[in-house]
Unconditional design. Structure first.
Length: 385
């Protein structure tokens, strides 16, 4: 019986031409969890221990690439997967283009969610980062601001957002106290959040979990808050294309915080207001930065035409073939690359069986080869119409 991988379970587990295509921005990056369950992926694959053990755990062996990387890995994995399913009498999953899009976003997003924080590490950080100079936890201390109320927040994004909103004031107080404000890296925001939740004496059953963030809304906020003006429109801040922000939410929050003092000076010089966030806005912006920094894949129709022959596609998909297979100009059209991925995957089983009967193996496909085949086949289909 398939275990249900719910949104709450995911957060509990992970929070405790040669045109270049970037990752498309999804409205809900976790929508693909339903595909992961529905198509039985959870029977063989787990997410941080929840699910099957036949294949790799996606919470530990995380998929870092874009959708071209995903279909490449799945295609190359197809023969082994088919054999396992035949032995276990399991139906091979079939996908629609929308399924593939959602599944790819879901697996890609797992890295963003990060890992659970350590309260013991957070306790050490609270002292070494000089947080204890101005703040108290548990026992009230005269002249210090209590952080007990932060206990309700399970996600470290809220701690990062509160610090960001008060960063100008914090930097001023740091100067007055001759304290250099800390920088953050790796999982440190999550560690501090875990310590705050453990040390706080607040009596409350309320717990506020983060939602995954809306990259589409995050892109809008990135412009509205003035980030676009400094990082894209004008050469005030560094060009974000130079940075790899394919990191967990806590790491990206750290990158933003480490930038806050210089940003405050720049905004003052430009006579622009320092941007602050409410509700889940920081999560939205961070999720946008994450997807914006997704790996890029190159490809071309010319390479696709050559691969169509070299990989053996033309042996079947040519005029007068003995398999009643459609010719290359009839394979599409595709609404987008995800429709092509679905068609390619759903066709793999039949292709494997045919090649096996001939003593051959399914050809390997690299991400740029997948893209090139898509550009070639889609181009030929549209040209014939």
């Amino acid at each position: 019986m398939v275990k249900k991988l719910t949104l709450q379970t995911i957060f509990a587990l992970v929070l405790l031409g040669s045109a270049v295509f970037a990752q498309e921005l999804p409205k809900n990056p976790l929508a693909g969890r339903e595909v992961f369950e529905k198509e039985g992926c959870l029977n063989c694959h787990a997410v941080n221990g929840t699910g099957g053990t036949v294949g790799p755990d996606f919470g530990k062996h995380i998929f870092f690439g874009n959708s071209y990387d995903l279909i490449s890995k799945m295609w190359d994995h197809s023969p082994k997967m088919l054999l396992t399913m035949i032995r276990s009498n399991t139906k091979r999953p079939e996908f629609t283009g929308e399924d593939f899009r959602d599944l790819g976003n879901f697996l890609f997003f797992l890295r963003y969610l990060g890992r659970e924080g350590s309260a013991s590490v957070g306790k050490r950080l609270f002292v070494s980062k000089k947080c204890s100079e101005c703040h108290s936890l548990g026992r009230p201390v005269a002249g210090k601001i209590s952080l007990d109320s932060m206990k309700v927040y399970v996600s470290p994004v809220y701690l990062a957002q509160e610090m960001w909103n008060h960063s100008v004031e914090m930097h001023k107080k740091g100067v007055a106290k001759t304290i250099k404000l800390p920088t953050f890296s790796d999982n440190e925001f999550a560690d501090l959040t875990a310590y705050i939740r453990k040390a706080s004496l607040l009596k409350s059953e309320k717990e506020v979990y983060a939602y995954p963030g809306d990259p589409v809304l995050g892109e809008k906020l990135f412009k509205e808050k003035g980030c676009y003006y400094c990082h894209v429109e004008k050469p005030v801040g560094p060009n974000l294309n130079r940075f790899n922000l394919n990191k967990s939410v806590t790491k990206i929050a750290g990158v933003m915080w480490n930038h806050s003092d210089k940003m405050a000076v720049a905004m003052k010089g430009l006579k622009r207001p320092y941007p602050t966030f409410t509700d889940d806005q920081m999560a939205d912006v961070i999720s946008y930065l994450y997807f914006k920094s997704s790996p890029k894949t190159t490809g071309s129709e010319e390479l696709g035409a050559r691969l169509f022959k070299e990989k053996g596609c033309g042996n079947c998909h040519q005029a007068g073939n003995h398999f009643n297979a459609p010719t290359v100009d009839k394979l599409g059209p595709f609404n987008d690359k995800d429709d092509f991925f679905a068609a390619l995957w759903n066709h793999a089983q039949h292709m494997e069986q045919l090649l096996t009967s001939q003593g051959k193996q399914l050809p390997k496909l690299l991400p740029n080869e997948v893209k090139s085949l898509y550009l070639f086949i889609d181009g030929r289909t549209k040209a014939s119409r």
